[in-house]
Write a protein that binds this ligand. Structure first.
Ligand SMILES: NC(=O)C1=CN([C@@H]2O[C@H](COP(=O)(O)OP(=O)(O)OC[C@H]3O[C@@H](n4cnc5c(N)ncnc54)[C@H](O)[C@@H]3O)[C@@H](O)[C@H]2O)C=CC1
Ligand SMILES: O=C([O-])CC(=O)C(=O)O
Length: 271
């Protein structure tokens, strides 16, 4: 059975661990870790069947086949190279970290050298399957427009740096327009999806991102338009925010669980 370790015991980590605990994913939950011990204890006490140990990444990597990162972009720097060097496959949710070309190349080399896989779930967006197929030929443009209720953008470095009072936004307001390379560091907990889109398509500099604060919304909306030699498509998803973390859409943990199910399933459905 696949032995997994989970880094980050927040919204997504808890959903993944519960899915293993409920038997939805045929895997053994060997270990968990979070920089906040209360988070680890709360998660562990909520499990009915699994008894994971609390282990730091180095020790965890010796005992697992797959390390699941659902913590932060910072954690990708700290944990992913360590796990790959220990011959573990990895799954990354904080995909925005890969906008750093040096880190991206390090992870790619470690994965190749150690014969490991790096899984990047679709997260909170729909349409990566179509984009991957389309990218076999030329892609002319990829645009992501993300709209969130203002509270869902709280704490973003861009908001803090520009002294934006989210409570004072009364109408639909474009906060950011620029390349994905800038969007993922300006809003690290909001548009990791822009990174997955960039990696599947035309890269971080050419992928355009617009981030809109919209007080009329209760959902996180991601709209993607792709134009290329294949033609054109647009996808739009209206995501219910996770109750525990309104920055993250409910579809994100579901996509992480679906990716784990795909890893253990002999049938690989979809591109
Ligand atoms: N790819 C995608 O579509 C999506 C990606 N995300 C990203 O996934 C990650 C997890 O999201 P949530 O579970 O909603 O966040 P969360 O805030 O609910 O939980 C994150 C947990 O990770 C821990 N953590 C953060 N950095 C750490 C580190 N360096 N070492 C150890 N523990 C650390 C925190 O203490 C917290 O308990 C975030 O980076 C988020 O931005 C979220 C939604 C969609
Ligand atoms: O969950 C979402 O809507 C998207 C998100 O936070 C991210 O990509 O980081």
């Amino acid at each position: 059975m696949l032995r997994i370790g989970v880094i980050g015991c927040g919204t997504i980590g808890t959903s993944i661990c519960r899915a293993v605990d409920d038997g939805m994913i045929e895997a053994e939950l060997v270990a968990v870790y979070d920089r906040h011990t209360e988070g680890v204890e709360k998660l562990k006490s909520s499990l009915k069947n699994c008894r994971p140990e609390t282990l730091e990444v180095m020790e965890m990597s010796r005992q697992i086949d797959l390390l699941v990162e659902c913590a932060s972009q910072e954690a990708v720097y700290e944990m992913i190279p360590v796990a790959l060097a220990a011959h573990c496959d990895v799954m990354i949710m904080s995909v925005g970290a890969l906008a750093d070309d040096k880190l991206h190349r390090t992870i790619e080399k470690l994965a190749k050298d150690n014969n490991c896989k790096v899984y990047l779930p679709s997260g909170a967006i729909v349409g990566l399957d179509g984009l991957k197929s389309a990218a076999v030929e030329e892609i002319y443009s990829v645009t992501l427009t993300t709209q969130k209720p203002p509270g869902g953008l709280a704490g973003a470095p861009f908001v803090i740096r520009n002294d934006i009072d989210l409570d004072k936004i009364t109408g639909k307001t474009v906060l950011f327009e620029g390349p994905a390379s800038e969007a993922v560091s300006a809003f690290p907990a909001n548009v990791n999806v822009a990174a997955s889109l960039s990696l599947a398509g035309i890269g971080f500099d050419k992928t355009k991102v617009r981030i809109v604060a919209n007080p009329a919304l209760t959902r996180n909306i991601h709209e993607i338009t792709v134009e290329g030699a294949f033609g054109e498509f647009t996808t739009r998803v209206e995501n219910i925010p996770s109750p525990a973390n309104p920055r993250s859409s409910f579809l994100a943990p579901l996509s992480a669980i679906a990716t784990l199910k795909k890893i253990v399933n002999p049938f690989q459905i979809g591109t």
